[in-house]
Design a protein around this ligand. Structure first.
Ligand SMILES: C[S@@+](CC[C@H](N)C(=O)[O-])C[C@H]1O[C@@H](n2cnc3c(N)ncnc32)[C@H](O)[C@@H]1O
Length: 280
């Protein structure tokens, strides 16, 4: 969510009102431009599967899919790829259908399935890869809930499947700060309102400034901050045979460079992002 400045750069399409010349307020489009890097993420995900399993993955399930931007990129990556998106909320699903799915070719649309449902559902369709991105599983604040979710991911993975989650941390994530990143047509704010060191719960918000007006709390995240160690322990407890950590490299200016490599040890820094990948 709080992808560090420079973590991923991508071209952005302007969404400008024909009448006023002003940028329209479209929260999912702004979110997409500010925090998502779906085109890069799917390349990393497919390469990681190939590296671990020595074969190509086909079925990708995006848990907590929201507007399922990642799934649509998965479909575009290979004509044999299939994707399943799962989210409880009909609003981002409807946005994804009208803004991404409808713009894909009919043969691509046929390979995409979107489910309005719960990631805890044991009857979800099986996949080669299950991904929970942008830290969505941080919504599970109790250990048994996170364990139940990981157990369901394990159960609904194909043999040879991998389960992939992203995670962030660093000393800065405990500070009450507001981070600001200026984009061409808008400003993105990452507001760390509160962190409770007793419960490890944190309250974060995304605000946007568009056309000179700051729109507060467009997205709110009420999370527990899980550590890589806790995540890996729970993955192994539910049956995963191995887990790996992919750590982001550092650019010259000290920010993340968008390249993730498998490591055994990280480095202490103010803000970091990593992937934890578990093998069935
Ligand atoms: C932070 S958004 C993530 C969107 C997207 N994955 C991304 O990469 O940006 C979290 C999403 O998780 C969904 N969600 C929360 N709990 C869920 C559950 N138990 N089952 C399915 N979706 C859930 C919410 O509706 C919301 O759309």
């Amino acid at each position: 969510m709080a992808k560090a400045a420079g973590t991923h750069t991508k071209k952005v399409r302007r969404r400008v009102s024909k009448k006023s010349g002003k940028t329209q307020f479209d929260k999912y489009d702004l979110y997409h431009k500010a925090v998502q890097s779906a085109e890069n993420d799917v390349v990393f995900i497919t390469n990681t599967y190939k590296e671990l399993k020595k074969k190509a993955p086909r079925i990708f399930r995006e848990d907590f899919c929201g507007t399922f931007a990642l799934s649509t990129e998965w479909i575009k990556l290979n004509p044999k790829n299939l994707a399943i998106g799962v989210d409880l909320d009909p609003e981002p699903i409807a946005y994804g259908k009208s803004h991404y799915l409808s713009k894909m070719r009919p043969d691509q649309q046929k390979r995409m399935k979107v489910i309005e449902g719960n990631v805890m559902d044991p009857s979800l369709e099986k996949a080669d890869i299950i991904a929970a991105m942008n830290f969505s599983y941080f919504c599970f604040k109790q250990r048994f809930l996170l364990k139940n979710y990981f157990a369901n991911a394990y159960k609904t993975l194909n043999k040879d499947g991998i389960f992939l989650v992203d995670v962030f941390g660093g000393s800065q994530c405990y500070d009450a700060i507001e981070d600001r990143i200026k984009h061409k047509d808008f400003t993105y704010y990452w507001d760390q309102t509160n962190f409770d060191p007793i419960s490890n719960e944190a309250l974060f918000h995304i605000h946007f400034r568009v056309n000179g007006k700051k729109i507060e709390r467009v997205f709110t995240y009420d999370w527990r901050l899980w550590s890589i160690t806790e995540i890996r322990e729970i993955m192994h407890e539910v049956g995963f045979s191995k887990s790996h950590v992919y750590w982001e490299g550092t650019a010259k200016d000290g920010s993340g460079d968008g390249n993730f490599t498998r490591v055994d040890h990280g480095e202490a820094c103010e803000s970091w992002i990593a992937y934890v990948v578990a093998e069935k």
